[in-house]
Write a protein that binds this ligand. Structure first.
Ligand code: MTE
Ligand code: MO
Length: 533
């Protein structure tokens, strides 16, 4: 028997037990720390996601809102009595404490009885999901951050608890397979990362939430010049045909904004700068005090494929840009207005399109509502006849008067054409491509557009035979799309249907197939249907 046996074995049994108890106590604290850190990591991931992608559904805020709703009035009053306007801060801090204590408890349970700790976190996540669902006006995406929070916290807890178990002494590795320092570093990094992500997420989302609240409190002024009512004859009653006015919720959305700019309308300014005799600055209040005009205009994206749905129509409320430019007095050599969005995006619009009398406006209203945040609240541009990328700047804050040979814009820097007039196009909405229909009279219908020129005719061709004239719905104006329909006498078998529009100048839509790059797609929308007897 050598004298080199482990020191433990020579220690008295009592000291051994004491050391064991102390180790266990320390381990419990570390498990609690791992649980709290896991929850912080989960919350951080969720706050980032809700700030960037979901726009709403921050687990902290949805749970907070639910707590506010569930708190009895007497308790609410007591809290307000004690904390005054700090009541919200009190609520958030209380939630943070509950989360951390819950996380610590989960960590402790996880070490003792896996996977009970992770299950507890799952239950907490389910509460967040429930809170998100019960929020007024919430959609299903709002539950995603809470679900993500739970998932991330569960993964982190599994990982950290594994590391912690690895620090236990074993016969082969008396110091444990994982160093305690390694575990502590991993836990601290998880916690710090979670806190940082939460702070960043909150900072980013604050502007959006403030703008959202300001928009909710804002009532559109009455138009000085109302749009004439949309003629009854502008719409056919055919199921599946795009409605002549697109509801805001269905209006296509295209932009580069990862996070929708949250603009405080009271801080919003429009600056007209550059090649002008006099720079002009306008506040939101000043804009609203001007005589606003209503106009119905169809907006199209240059990326709209033939037959695509990146096109919508709204009744806009706004102020003609030409009047503001007249105040600034562009110099005679200027030919472009580089509009800039709050987030730095730019569009280059021919000066002429903004001054030639068309309804080129700074819009504040869309279908009787303040502009939705994703469509440019508080102010955007709408210019009939031009694709959105050269005209329809959302969250607009500056009009820089310049020249095409001096300035470029966001998409022209990326290979798209400098000029972007909308091309004459038409689309078949019904029947849908590849659909089966019954033999007999079949309603074929769709839309055609050539903004600021107008559509004068639409023809339909079945199986490459003759072009038949379709019936046009009444036009709202040359700036809007036009519905068309054709009663087709369908016989059993497979058939191809093509559509072709003619504009108000008599120019026929080209059948030449061109890609969306660099200035918009061309070609005839063609569908296939099978007719059964
Ligand atoms: N600030 C900003 N404005 C923008 C864009 C953008 O990326 N950022 N995209 C433009 C493009 S390409 C189009 S087609 C229209 C789309 O407007 P909508 O999303 O309201 O339909 O917005 C235009 N305005
Ligand atoms: Mo676009």
């Amino acid at each position: 028997m050598g004298s080199g046996s482990a020191p433990e074995s020579t220690r008295p049994a009592g000291a051994d037990r004491l050391a064991g108890t102390a180790r266990k106590a320390g381990e419990s604290w570390r498990a609690a720390g791992a649980g709290a850190a896991s929850v912080l990591a989960g919350v951080g991931a969720a706050e980032l996601l809700s700030a960037f992608a979901v726009q709403d559904g921050s687990p902290i805020l949805v749970v907070g809102a639910l707590v506010i709703d569930l708190t009895p009035a007497w308790l609410k009053n007591a809290v307000i009595g004690v904390f005054g306007t700090g009541d919200k801060a009190f609520l958030i801090s209380s939630l943070a404490v509950v989360l951390l204590v819950g996380g610590a408890l989960a960590g402790w349970l996880e070490l003792r009885r896996p996977p009970v700790g992770r299950i507890l976190i799952g239950v907490g996540g389910a509460l967040g999901v429930l809170a998100a669902i019960t929020r007024a006006g919430s959609s299903i995406v709002n539950v995603v951050p809470s679900a993500l929070a739970a998932l991330v916290a569960i993964l982190f807890l599994g990982w950290l608890a594994g590391l912690l178990r690895g620090t236990r002494p074993t016969r082969i590795a008396p110091q444990g397979e994982v160093s305690r320092r390694h575990f502590v570093t991993a836990t601290a990094a998880s916690a710090a990362g979670g806190i940082l992500a939460t702070l960043i997420g909150q900072a980013i989302a604050t502007g959006y939430r403030a703008a959202s609240a300001a928009r909710a409190a804002f009532h559109l002024p009455k138009p000085a010049v109302a749009a004439p009512p949309v003629p009854a004859g502008a719409s056919f009653d055919i199921g599946g045909l795009a409605p002549i006015i697109t509801p805001n919720a269905d209006f296509y959305r295209i932009d580069t904004a990862l996070q929708i700019p949250g603009i405080d309308p009271s801080a919003w300014r429009l600056r007209i700068t550059g090649m002008v005799e006099k720079e002009v600055e306008l506040t939101f209040t000043e804009l609203l005090a001007l005589p606003l005009e209503e106009s119905v205009t169809t907006l199209t994206c240059v990326s709209n494929e033939v037959g695509g749905d990146l096109i919508s129509t709204a009744k806009w409320l706004g102020y003609p840009i030409r009047h503001l430019l007249a105040r600034a007095k562009p110099t005679s050599d200027a030919d472009m207005v580089l509009s800039r969005s709050q987030d730095g995006w730019t569009a280059g619009t021919p000066l002429e399109a903004l001054t030639d009398g068309r309804n080129a406006i700074l819009a504040v209203g869309m279908n009787g509502q303040p502009l939705p945040l994703e469509h440019g609240y508080p102010v955007r541009m709408v210019v009939p006849g031009l694709y959105g990328y050269v005209s329809a700047t959302k969250w607009v804050v500056e009009l820089n008067v310049t020249r095409f040979d001096k300035a470029t814009s966001y998409w022209t820097d990326r290979g798209w054409s400098e000029r972007g007039p909308v091309k004459l196009e038409s689309r078949i909405d019904v029947p849908g491509d590849g659909k089966q229909v019954k033999a007999g009279t079949v309603a074929v219908a769709g839309v055609a557009w050539s903004q600021h020129v107008g559509v004068s005719a639409v023809h339909v061709q079945i199986d490459g035979v003759d072009w038949q004239e379709a019936t046009l719905a009444d036009a709202i104006s040359a700036d809007t799309w036009r519905q068309w329909k054709y009663a087709w006498d369908a016989t059993p078998g497979s058939h191809t249907i093509k559509v072709r529009a003619t504009d108000a100048h008599g120019t026929m839509q080209t059948s030449k197939v061109q890609d969306v790059v660099p200035d918009g797609a061309t070609g005839l929308h063609t569908i296939g249907v099978s007719v059964v007897g």
